[in-house]
Structures are given as structure tokens and as C-alpha cells.
Design a protein around this ligand. Structure first.
Ligand code: C2E
Ligand code: CA
Ligand code: CA
Ligand code: CA
Length: 277
């Protein structure tokens, strides 16, 4: 398979196992789904830990395969990355998320959207112009858009990430480090990156009630973030006990099934109206 460009050539070889064949079939279907606009975005709210107000939503890609049914992005995002489809997919996500925020705005809702960026998108030459174009097309305040990049991706090419973050920050969008705590970023690098948010990985949230280490890590991350003037979001909040610990540890925003699962744009708009009329 040829990587990186817009095209990928895939051949069946007799020695390929079922897993590889399946991936090749999936990439063919995914390519078609992207071209035909068959992907969807669902949205999951983040709420402030103190008061129950919505602080934003995260856009999460969804693909309903005609035969296999709903597929998780945990399955199709890696396929998109592997077969050179991630930029086409990611560009669609940016355009659609911005479009949706503008539709909400036209309904009187001011909702910030978080958009996940993969490593290939960060290295895409025209990422910044594309973001600018989406903002312009939908007359959006750039501050309504925040990009989430995982800590491990941000670290993989530290100099490249720094340069791209500077350009993104320059057009006024916000930046967040996703799955924080699972990579190894240094303090000085974090400070240089000019992000506005750290997102604590759900593995720490899951272990909060049982592990003193997880609590210590969350406490340290919140302390670090606040010292650097960043806000902290915890993802994967499922129980009231987790919410209470995170609130006591001064985590700023919470996201997880306790509040809501990712949902369609229409339901998200209704949810926002209900919680924050
Ligand atoms: P992520 O960015 O870390 O997103 C959080 C994942 O946790 C989402 O899974 C979300 O539905 C799930 N989640 C939210 N609350 C809870 C909870 O309380 N408990 C549990 N167990 N899970 C919760 P999802 O939607 O399946 O997405 C998986 C991953 O796929 C995302 O992880 C992200 O890395 C990637 N992804 C999704 N959409 C996009 C996209 O548009 N572009 C890129 N590049 N990646 C995407
Ligand atoms: Ca994310
Ligand atoms: Ca995450
Ligand atoms: Ca995660």
C-alpha cells in the first residue's frame, strides 16, 4: 500500500490473513462513504464541574456501514490513517463541525466545538488555510473551535507540532492536549505549545475510586494546568463518585456517560436548551 498521498493501492496477496483482507474491504467502503458524505458527527457535551452548565461539545465521527452496521471510530480512524484517507475524512469533520456550530448559532445557541486532529492532519500543508476557510464560510468566531491533539501525537514530532499550533493559535482557535497523562511531555514543551486546555485521559478517571495513584496523578495534572493557566477537562466520567472526586480536585470541566453519551446534532441542541435555557 502506498501511504501518505490521496491514493492508496491495495492488492490481495494469498498470504494475507482475514484481518488484512477485512481492512482492505473496509478502506474501500470507507473511501466511498467519505466521497458520498455518508459519515456523521455525533456530539458529546462537556459541563462545568461547579455548576451544571454546558461548556462545549466534542465532535465524534460515526460511520454506519451498510452491512456491518455502526462502526466505532476506534476501528475506522486507524484504517483511514493507514490507507491515506485521514485527511479527506478530517477535512470533512472540520467543515461539518463548523457548519453545525453555525446552525446552532442561528438557533440562538452559542456552543463551542472540540475537533479531534490526527497526526497526518497536523502535518497536512493546507490544514490552517482549510480551518480558516471553514471559519470564514460559516462566519464563525474562531474562539468557538478547539482542536484536540493527543499527547503522544503532539510529542511525536515536537517541532512540527509547535509550528502548526502557533499557526492555529494565530488564527484564534484554541488547542487542547487530549489523553493527557499517557504520553511524556515535558513542562517546558507544554508551556511553549500555548495550549489552553489539558484533557485527562479516561484511564485515570476510571481508577479514581480504587487507586490512590490515579487520584495523585489527577491532582498533580490539575495543579500543573492551573499553574500554567490552562483549564482541565476529565473525560470518561461515568459515576457520581468520580464526579465528586474530580470536583473536589478542582477539575474545571467534566465529560462522560454520567452526563450524556455522544448524540446527534439535533438531540445535542435540544439537550443544550434543556440544561441551559
Ligand atoms: P477520544 O478523543 O479520546 O474520545 C473519547 C472517547 O470516549 C469517545 O469514543 C467517546 O464516545 C468515549 N466516551 C465518552 N464518554 C465516555 C464514558 O463515560 N465512558 C466510556 N467508556 N467512554 C466514553 P469514540 O467516539 O468511540 O471515539 C474513539 C476515538 O476515535 C476518539 O478518542 C478519537 O481518538 C477518535 N476519533 C473520533 N472521532 C474522530 C475524528 O473526527 N477525527 C479523529 N482524528 N479521530 C476521531
Ligand atoms: Ca478527543
Ligand atoms: Ca480523549
Ligand atoms: Ca481517550
Amino acid at each position: 500500500a502506498k501511504r501518505g498521498g490521496g491514493t492508496a493501492y491495495a492488492f490481495f496477496e494469498p498470504h494475507m490473513n482475514a484481518g488484512v483482507r477485512e481492512q482492505i474491504e473496509l478502506q474501500r467502503d470507507l473511501r466511498q462513504a467519505i466521497e458520498r458524505g455518508e459519515l456523521e458527527l455525533h456530539y458529546q457535551p462537556k459541563v462545568s464541574s461547579g455548576r451544571n452548565v454546558i461548556t462545549g461539545v466534542e465532535a465524534l465521527a460515526r460511520w454506519k456501514h451498510p452491512v456491518r452496521g455502526m462502526l466505532s471510530p476506534g476501528v475506522f480512524i486507524p484504517i483511514a490513517e493507514r490507507f491515506g484517507l485521514i485527511n479527506a475524512l478530517g477535512n470533512w469533520v472540520i467543515e461539518e463541525a463548523c457548519h453545525q456550530v453555525s446552525r446552532w448559532r442561528d438557533q440562538g445557541l452559542r456552543i463551542r466545538v472540540a475537533i479531534n486532529l490526527s497526526v497526518h492532519q497536523l502535518r497536512q500543508d493546507d490544514l490552517v488555510p482549510r480551518v480558516e476557510k471553514a471559519l470564514r464560510t460559516h462566519h464563525l468566531d474562531p474562539a468557538l473551535v478547539i482542536f484536540e491533539v493527543t499527547e503522544s501525537v503532539a510529542m511525536e514530532d515536537a517541532a512540527g507540532t509547535l509550528a502548526t499550533f502557533e499557526r492555529l493559535g494565530g488564527i484564534g482557535v484554541k488547542l487542547s492536549i487530549d489523553d493527557f497523562g499517557t504520553g511524556y511531555s515535558s513542562l517546558s514543551y507544554l508551556r511553549q505549545l500555548q495550549v489552553s486546555q489539558l484533557k485527562i485521559d479516561q484511564s485515570f478517571v476510571r481508577d479514581l475510586e480504587t487507586s490512590a495513584d490515579a487520584r495523585a496523578i489527577v491532582k498533580a495534572v490539575v495543579g500543573l494546568a492551573h499553574a500554567l493557566n490552562l483549564s482541565v477537562v476529565a473525560e470518561g466520567v461515568e459515576t457520581e463518585a468520580q464526579r465528586d472526586v474530580l470536583t473536589a480536585l478542582k477539575c474545571d470541566e467534566l465529560q462522560g456517560y454520567l452526563y450524556a453519551k455522544p448524540m446527534t446534532a439535533a438531540l445535542m441542541g435540544q439537550w443544550a436548551l434543556d440544561i441551559d435555557p
